[in-house]
Design a protein around this ligand. Structure first.
Ligand SMILES: CC(C)=CCC/C(C)=C/CC/C(C)=C/COP(=O)(O)O
Length: 294
């Protein structure tokens, strides 16, 4: 495809040759700012009696043309390339409106997340709160929730309790699979300020989108609020735990804000899926028969 610059040059030369230089650039059909500038460069190089072809030749020596790969232009002094930025700080330009909006959102996300990562290092401004944040991290860890639920299920001696625990186990496994799939698909790197010192993580856990802790926090808290009869202060505490756990992921530098926000959303949806496919002794008697010996 020929560039607009080149087609404008051709048009100017043609109008100069054909109409004796009478075509005004401002009225040309190619009305962009840089195109008009080129037209002006072309005309300013043109004396009233000059040949159109000579004017075109001089115009090709303008700085605009020298920047391109025109073979007549003298080469500018080579500049050393700028040092490469870390991959997660780079933005790819997309000319579509949606692309620009998304790129801007991601740039804001990176900036806010970096500023919020106040516990990312021991020497960070809130570095002394790092042990507390890591305690929160353990409270939402998949191993703890899976092992705890399996143990309670094994110990449970009521059918109602087993039914709830089987579904919690199903919810946690669904969460594990969906988060691993999304992390593997999206492959968004963790923030550059993160210290990868997480207890028991898989290979996909080098990726940050979505936050597995945030999905689990939203899923488990919604599950508990629906299936356990708790006093109001305890219910508030559970919601607070989920929120602070999500916040701590960004403060620890493990995640960007959008990883956690999407994680909360996904965890919320996961609970709806579990509720829709609720497992009971009526629809999957085989699973519940495992306990019939008790
Ligand atoms: C028994 C078994 C296979 C347990 C897997 C438990 C599990 C989900 C481990 C990964 C925990 C982890 C480090 C997740 C990363 O969470 P982010 O919030 O950093 O995404």
């Amino acid at each position: 495809m020929s560039s607009p610059r080149r087609s404008v040059d051709g048009r100017a030369a043609a109008s100069g040759a054909g109409a004796g230089g009478g075509g005004s650039p401002a009225h040309g059909s190619h009305g962009g700012g840089s195109i008009r500038f080129e037209f002006q460069a072309l005309l300013s190089n043109r004396s009233p009696g000059a040949e159109p072809s000579a004017a075109r030749l001089r115009a090709s020596e303008s700085p605009m043309h020298r920047r391109g790969s025109f073979p007549l232009a003298p080469a500018a002094a080579p500049q050393p390339p700028p040092p490469p930025l870390p991959e997660e700080d780079c933005m790819k330009l997309n000319p579509s409106f949606l692309g620009i909006a998304l790129s801007s959102l991601l740039a804001i996300d990176l900036w806010v997340s970096k500023r919020m990562g106040v516990c990312a290092r021991e020497k960070s401004s809130w570095g002394s709160a790092r042990p507390l944040m890591k305690l929160l991290e353990i409270s939402g860890h998949g191993v703890l929730w899976l092992a705890g639920t399996a143990y309670c299920l094994y110990q449970s001696d009521s059918w109602a309790g087993r039914e709830v625990l089987v579904n919690l186990l199903f919810a946690l496994l669904l969460d594990l699979v969906l988060v691993a799939l999304l992390k593997g698909l999206v492959r968004r790197r963790r923030p550059s300020h993160n210290q990868m010192d997480m207890f028991f993580s898989f290979s996909v856990d080098k990726y940050s989108f979505p936050s597995g802790h945030a999905t689990r926090a939203a899923l488990v808290s919604r599950f508990i609020l629906h299936h356990l009869v708790l006093a109001i202060p305890l219910r508030v505490l559970i919601v607070l735990w989920a929120f602070i756990l999500g916040l701590s992921r960004v403060m620890l530098g493990r995640h960007n804000v959008t990883d956690v926000a999407f994680g909360f959303f996904l965890g919320y949806i996961q609970y709806s899926i579990v509720d829709y496919f609720w497992l009971s002794p009526f629809n999957i008697p085989a699973v519940f028969a495992l306990w019939s010996h008790k």
